[in-house]
Design a protein around this ligand. Structure first.
Ligand SMILES: C[S@@+](CC[C@H](N)C(=O)[O-])C[C@H]1O[C@@H](n2cnc3c(N)ncnc32)[C@H](O)[C@@H]1O
Length: 285
């Protein structure tokens, strides 16, 4: 397996050092190695002090101590609108967005250290200073580290889908997680999601439509024949039996967000013939 396909593989539950075992709630990731080598190791060494926020930990090394509250002005050295990307992978999207949008501060939240080290390489090569990164479990970052109404946007692109029904409880996007997002997002702020797994896309849309604090920015958009959900079900993609009569009357899918660049993860999904669902919701509560 190549390095990149190994990095982007879906997590498998459960390894003996599964971080879920340390926490009351199942987590959306499995532990992967922290070891850095070569260019990534030296990029980390050169940049971590300036760009990586190191919270005091609770138990596991991706946890956040209950009394750690981030002051974004101090962390970024300026006051500016804040975009938080959760699950930044190799940092492709956030680095490009920060480069193209220097007026805003960008916080990368990722449990996988080699991914953050890859982000450090990009920060260096782009010469940007409006990115900070934290290696931590996103629900704890939202619960503890970030203040109420502190983020202008929260992005979660290709959150691990946990395909098997018995693993759906490990999916990030659910009511309890949206409560945390709602606390941190400013009223009027935007939550952006994308996934290449139709069953997870339906779950995202369902929990968001039911949540009183969120309003769809594109109600009814890409419904019926134009819906990727219609295509997936009718054509029997993703292992579903074809349902020739299926129609997604509801729609509500967002157009592709222009700052969501094609990452290597999405590239592989498209190459495998998968379709992508975008969602964008405003915090109204
Ligand atoms: C499928 S990858 C997508 C990466 C990237 N967003 C992209 O589009 O290329 C999902 C990423 O989310 C990270 N992740 C999963 N659960 C997380 C959590 N609870 N907190 C922080 N990061 C998490 C994983 O480590 C992984 O890098």
């Amino acid at each position: 397996m190549s390095e990149s396909s190994e990095e982007q593989q879906q997590p498998q539950a459960s390894s003996p050092r599964d971080p879920a075992l340390f926490r009351a709630e199942p987590v959306s990731f499995v532990r992967r190695g922290n070891r850095l080598q070569g260019r990534r190791a030296s990029a980390w060494e050169r940049n971590a002090d300036q760009y990586v926020i190191e919270p005091p930990r609770k138990i596991a090394d991706t946890s956040v101590a209950d009394d750690f509250h981030l002051d974004p002005t101090e962390a970024f050295g300026r006051t500016a609108p804040l975009v938080v990307e959760i699950g930044t992978g190799l940092g492709e999207c956030i680095a490009n967005a920060a480069k193209d949008d220097p007026e805003r501060n960008y916080l990368a939240v990722e449990v996988y250290r080699p991914g953050l080290a890859q982000l450090m390489l990009k920060v260096e090569s782009f010469g940007i200073s409006n990115v900070r990164a934290v290696q931590a479990n996103a629900p704890e970052v939202l619960d503890v580290m970030l203040g109420e109404n502190s983020a202008d946007e929260i992005w979660i692109f290709f959150s691990d889908p946990w395909h098997k029904p018995r693993h759906h409880k490990r999916r990030l996007i659910k009511k309890s997680f949206l409560d945390k997002v709602s606390r941190v997002l400013k009223p009027g702020g935007t939550l952006r999601l994308a996934t290449d797994w139709s069953n997870y896309a339906e779950q995202m849309r369902e929990v968001l439509e039911e949540h009183a604090d969120f309003q769809n920015q594109h109600p009814g958009n890409l419904a019926g024949e134009a819906s990727n959900l219609t295509k997936v079900r009718r054509e029997g993609m993703e292992g579903f039996d074809p349902e020739p009569e299926f129609i997604d009357e509801q729609g509500g899918w967002a157009p592709r967000f222009e700052r969501r660049i094609l990452t290597s993860f999405e590239g592989k999904a498209l190459k495998a013939g998968r379709l992508v669902f975008d969602l964008a919701y405003t915090r109204v509560g």
